[in-house]
Design a protein around this ligand. Structure first.
Ligand code: NAP
Length: 251
């Protein structure tokens, strides 16, 4: 690959936990000169298999990540964590700055509102909870297991929460949990929302597969969309695995 020293290998740390991280590791596996270590936080007990080496668990803050980058002689760092994993991203930026290891953000694009959508954009999960306050709603909550505690105290709402792993307390008293992992179909999402008489969907602007948004549009169900945190300034970004591979070629 161009960009590599002759005969040299590139060790790539992929901060993962996303489909893109997994796909990047798979793409790198086709290049013998690229050696990936994918790092997972260890939040899920049944991670999907990943090509290349995998390590699990936090690094122990910025200092731990700096040590890892140095000890493992990492030549490129790709932050492919979920858009809402803001702390890990902050640590990646700080560690890259301290070590001089080139950093790329790999982020799938956010969702765009389409004709027929009824979205309200809010800046945070707390703001989403505020938007629900005082409403008698049957809420489909797809914001993940973390942070569900902000929805406690909304006594007039009933929640259908879907996550890969069970949410941890505190959580709303009137809540049914479905443990499931996508991909989901539009028809399946429509049936789920109709069956539970959902009248509002709450989601983070994660981007990617959007069956629930299509179903909400079809059913006229309003959506409370939690905006993404701002990307770190001055860090190169890729929206696709192909773009990330181009960046790795140029490192
Ligand atoms: P976070 O708040 O940004 O990170 C909290 C701490 O978890 C970090 O300081 C780090 O611990 C550890 N950590 C996070 N991602 C890691 C990784 N890939 N490898 C090693 N350690 C990691 O992150 P989060 O929102 O809890 O998300 C955790 C993981 O779940 C991420 O990998 C993310 O891609 C995935 N995920 C998150 C969401 C979401 O909505 N937030 C959704 C889907 C998947 P140390 O400080 O000890 O290094």
């Amino acid at each position: 690959m161009p960009g590599l020293t002759p005969g040299g290998d590139l060790r790539v740390l992929v901060l993962g936990g996303t489909t893109e991280g997994r796909e990047l590791a798979a793409a790198c596996a086709g290049h013998p000169e690229l050696h990936t270590v994918t790092s997972l936080a260890g939040r899920t007990g049944r991670p999907v298999p990943i090509a290349g080496r995998v390590r699990i668990g936090g690094f122990g803050g910025v200092d731990g990540l700096v040590d890892f980058l140095r000890d493992e002689r990492i030549g490129a760092l790709v932050d492919a964590t979920h858009t809402f994993a803001a702390t890990m991203t902050e640590h990646a930026v700080a560690a890259a700055r301290r070590t001089g290891v080139p950093l790329l953000m790999l982020r799938r694009p956010g969702w765009r509102e389409r004709p027929g959508d009824r979205w309200t954009r809010v800046p945070s999960l707390t703001a989403a909870a505020t938007a629900l306050r005082g409403r008698h709603s049957r809420v489909f909550l797809t914001t993940g297991r973390q942070g569900i505690g902000v929805f406690t105290g909304l006594d007039r709402c009933w929640f259908l929460a879907r996550s890969v792993e069970p949410p941890l307390p505190p959580m709303p008293a009137r809540m049914t949990v479905i443990l499931d992992r996508g991909p989901f179909t539009v028809a399946g999402e429509r049936d789920l929302m109709t069956g539970h008489r959902i009248d509002v969907l709450v989601t983070k602007d994660s981007g990617g597969a959007d069956a629930k948004l299509s179903a909400a549009r079809d059913l006229g169900v309003p959506v409370i969309m939690v905006d993404r945190p701002s990307p770190p300034p001055g860090v190169p970004a890729a929206a696709t695995v192909d773009q990330a591979m181009d960046w790795l070629r140029a490192v």
